[in-house]
Write a protein that binds this ligand. Structure first.
Ligand code: ADP
Length: 488
């Protein structure tokens, strides 16, 4: 009961701590590795169970058995049995325990590789199927499984060899003690006592090393977990952080430079942008030019290396993360709709107190209401089970979910990449009527004629800015080239 309580507390702490970590942690680790870290919380139960219910009781029984030997045969035989046991444990430590300890990292590593091989193939099943790489992934899986089973089997072999060798050592110890007792003329009755009592001592002695090894491994897991719990989020509220309060929606990037952790090159260099309230600004540029990074900096998924980002006149680093993210609605470039959740749950995600009418109104505006109504369960339909959505429809759901938040600022990362031209035009028209600040990245240039300002990024540097007509008049300009390539 106590153990269950502690496991649940540690697991909850590990999970909530992991969720609170910043983007840099998530970009350095993959899902199987993160899940494995959370599950190491179970080691705590192992440590408690093993030490309280196995290791310490075995030690106590061994002490009691040694005391019985002392009472029955005196100090000499007691010392002999104790020194024999110490030699026995010392030999075990050097020959087997250290060996198992060395094998353990390899065992963990092959286990993680096996989880990766399983996850990758299942997660990317569509690619696996359509690229005819099923056999290839089976090969990767089999290779990972063989490597894992091989380390497991090496581990078991050492464990079996350990058990056999220890039994031999115990017999040797028993034989030595019996010979000494016989030589000293001990009575037959006492020799029989020792013969009957020895298996009890031997049992405790043989259990002790394997319990010690298991305990050691559990402690190693626990150390990993503690190291994980020690990782601090890099993006957090400053000491004097305050809530953002009511805002007009002006956004100012002043001389912003940014480099991802571990990268030599700066992703953004001296970027200056001023977005007036209730206007729409779009970022365009080649893939990798830094558009998404700029949006993520505004959302404070990362902090700028130099310069500042302000909303109205407030530096976003001086605001509480909670209030900052409440004031910005976000539409990601890849669908983040939860499968096996109802449409209602997905749409009210993050804004739980919205009325049904407000939701249907937004869904009608983005053109997804008819699709939702086509299912008998309507907004209660489970995504992926009752109702399936195309990539474009998923984008419409994403846009609806963001609009339901009713934030003063809307950030969209390539929001219409999967939509047809008509729906895209309708979405842009609808966004234009919203009277909020919109900051977006776009790879499709078709609807940018309507936006107030277009900013052209090239390798993290602003190359051009202006509205569509102004940029089209810049002969030899990047936007003009991108637009003519796009419209061909
Ligand atoms: P865009 O949105 O214009 O396609 P991004 O802002 O996504 O470009 O990426 C700009 C550059 O930053 C790319 O070269 C990419 O390799 C790098 N980058 C993006 N995300 C990360 C990350 N999490 N860690 C390291 N580098 C990154």
């Amino acid at each position: 009961m106590v153990t269950r309580f502690w496991i649940s507390q540690v697991r909850k702490a590990a999970f909530s701590h992991t969720l609170k970590l910043s983007s840099d942690f998530y970009s350095q680790k993959d899902l199987p590795e993160i899940i494995r870290i959370i599950h190491t919380a179970d080691s705590l139960s192992g440590v408690l169970d093993l030490s309280l219910l196995e290791f310490l009781p075995t030690l106590a029984r061994l002490a009691a058995a040694s005391f019985a030997i002392y009472v029955k045969f005196g100090a000499f035989i007691f010392c002999l049995a104790i020194s024999g046991s110490i030699v026995y444990l010392w030999l075990d430590n050097h020959a087997f325990h250290n060996n198992l300890k060395k094998t353990e990292p390899e065992r963990r590593c092959t286990d993680l590789e096996l989880s990766r091989a399983t996850n990758q193939a299942l997660e990317k099943h569509i690619i696996v199927e359509l690229f005819n790489t099923i056999t290839y992934h089976i090969g990767i899986y089999e290779h990972a499984l063989d490597a894992h089973l091989e380390t497991e089997s090496r581990w078991s072999q050492v464990a079996i060899y350990r058990s056999i060798s220890l039994q031999r050592l115990q017999r040797g110890l028993f034989f030595a003690i019996s010979m000494i007792l016989t030589h000293r003329g001990t009575s037959a009755e006492d020799i029989i006592f020792l013969t009957l009592y020895w298996p009890t001592i031997a049992g405790h002695l043989s259990r002790l090393p394997s319990q010690y090894t298991r305990l050691h491994l559990k402690f190693t897991d626990l150390k990993c977990l503690l190291a994980h719990l020690d990782i601090k989020p890099t993006i957090k509220d400053g000491e004097n952080a305050c809530d953002i309060g009511p805002i007009n929606g002006r956004i100012t990037f002043s001389d912003v430079s940014f480099r991802y952790l571990g990268q030599k090159k700066e992703t953004l260099k001296n970027v200056c942008i001023s977005i007036r309230p209730r206007t729409t600004v779009a970022l365009v540029g080649r893939s990798g030019s830094g558009k998404s990074t700029l949006l993520e900096l505004l959302l404070r998924r990362y902090d700028v290396n130099s310069g500042s980002i302000k909303i109205d006149s407030q530096d976003i680093r001086e605001l509480t993360l909670d209030s900052l993210r409440k004031s910005i609605a976000f539409v990601p470039s890849k669908s983040q709709i939860f499968h096996n959740w109802s449409i209602w749950q997905n749409l009210t995600y993050g804004s739980f107190d919205v009325h049904f009418e407000a939701i249907t109104e937004v869904c009608c505006a983005v053109g997804i209401h008819d699709k939702i109504s086509s299912s008998s369960k309507q907004y209660e339909s489970i995504v992926g089970r009752d109702l399936n959505f195309s990539d474009g429809e998923m984008q419409l759901l994403e846009i609806a979910r963001a609009l339901i938040r009713k934030a003063r600022i809307l950030v969209l990362d390539e929001p219409t990449s999967s939509l047809d031209a008509d729906t895209e035009a309708m979405i842009f028209e609808m966004l234009g009527k919203l009277n909020i600040t919109i900051f977006m990245s776009a790879n499709r240039l078709s609807s940018l004629k309507r936006v107030d300002e277009i900013i052209v990024l090239e390798q993290g540097v602003i190359k051009e800015r202006g509205n569509h007509n102004e940029l089209m008049e810049t002969h030899g300009g990047v936007y003009q080239r991108l637009y003519s390539q796009w419209s061909e």
